[in-house]
Design a binder for this molecule. Structure first.
Ligand SMILES: [Zn+2]
Length: 352
């Protein structure tokens, strides 16, 4: 309305999906941080097999990933159904940021992508130290970088599917030694492959800045690096602009979580409406090209099969809400297409 609709011309480079490379210009609506097949149950927690039903789903959802059974979804057929719903809501590319330690299933992602027709990007990288096996935890930065590069350039676990993103690299606070090595390895692998980097920072408000320092010293391209989870790290939005000014992208990826209370740390969480108000402020400060939005679904109760909003919420509900709140068409396009594609697009010469 205010501005002409942007054309596909301004998205260049290659998006590496699990079923092959595609021009970035093919995509219009991206869910950039999701988990399609995952197991994020707290290590050592016990799944008791209690089915999720109408009687208990609200309570399970309210404390979300505390229930081990809720924190894993490894049924490929269900995943395919979820991707069909997602596509019906207007999404044409979903990024599964499931890395080592949290149940990545690349063959399953390729199968769900083929049955649904929705393009899927998978990731290489390590989650937080607590989730890693001994071999991964003791790997050197050089070994990690070599494996990240191999998964981007050659393929994963004997499949022909290749990773299109590095991370989310899981970081704790204070940062564990392997997590620091993984950050350095991510910067190395980015230099070799041209892939974007995504980081799950520790919950302390200083954690994202510490991560940026390490990545910067290791030579990462900060403009193609995203720090996730602004929602729980800065619930009132403090320091997000300061973080974006370091040159990284910042991501609000709890869209669809409408609870006011963060069960994992006993502090406040913004609602979708409040997230959009904070994002408005970033646009008003000229930082809108550094903002990403997503839902980071990693529990069943947030999926359609279990009565949740599904991956399509961003397109079904949030896109029209953005327009009603006064975001210009070009701003909405940046959030749902231009910015995520800038993170994902491999330069053609490196993708070759
Ligand atoms: Zn995630």
């Amino acid at each position: 309305m205010d501005s002409p609709p942007p054309t596909a011309m301004d998205a260049s480079g290659i998006v590496r999906t699990v079923t092959g490379d595609r021009p970035a210009g093919d995509f219009q609506a991206v869910a950039v941080h999701e988990h399609v097949l995952f197991d994020i149950a707290v290590p050592g927690s016990h799944a008791d097999g209690t089915p999720i039903d109408m009687i208990n789903r609200w309570q399970i959802d309210y404390r979300s990933n505390e229930t081990a059974d809720n924190a894993r979804q490894q049924d490929r057929a269900r995943a395919g159904e979820e991707l069909v719903f997602t596509q019906e809501d207007g999404c044409d590319l979903i990024v599964d940021q499931t890395v080592w330690g949290i149940g990545r299933d690349v063959a399953g992602l390729a199968a769900a992508s083929r049955t649904s027709g929705l393009a899927v990007v998978c990731a290489t990288g390590t989650y937080t130290a607590a989730y890693l096996g001994e071999a991964d935890r003791s790997a050197s930065a050089e070994e990690l970088a070599e494996r990240f590069v191999g998964e981007i350039a050659d393929g994963i676990e004997g499949t022909s599917s290749r990773a299109g993103l590095i991370g989310e690299i899981g970081c704790s606070w204070p940062l564990e030694a392997v997590e620091e090595r993984a950050l350095r390895a991510a910067a190395d692998a980015q230099r070799t492959t041209g892939a974007g980097i995504s980081v799950h920072p520790g919950r302390h408000p200083d954690a994202p800045f510490h991560v940026v320092d390490i990545l910067d010293q290791a030579g990462a391209d900060l403009s193609r690096t995203v720090i996730c989870h602004m929602d729980r790290t800065y619930p009132e939005g403090s320091r997000v602009a300061e973080l974006a000014r370091t040159g990284v992208m910042v991501e609000w990826d709890f869209f669809g979580i409408e609870t006011s209370h963060y069960w994992m740390a006993d502090h406040a969480l913004p609602t979708d409406r409040q997230r959009l108000e904070m994002i408005r402020e970033l646009f008003d400060q000229g930082l809108g090209d550094r903002v990403l939005v997503s839902q980071d679904i990693c529990t069943r109760t947030r999926l359609r099969n279990w009565g949740g909003h599904g991956y399509g919420h961003l397109f079904r509900n949030i896109r029209p809400l953005m327009a009603r709140l006064g975001f210009a068409a070009a701003e909405i396009d940046s959030l749902l297409r231009g910015n995520p594609l800038r993170l994902l697009a491999l330069p053609e010469r490196k993708a070759a």
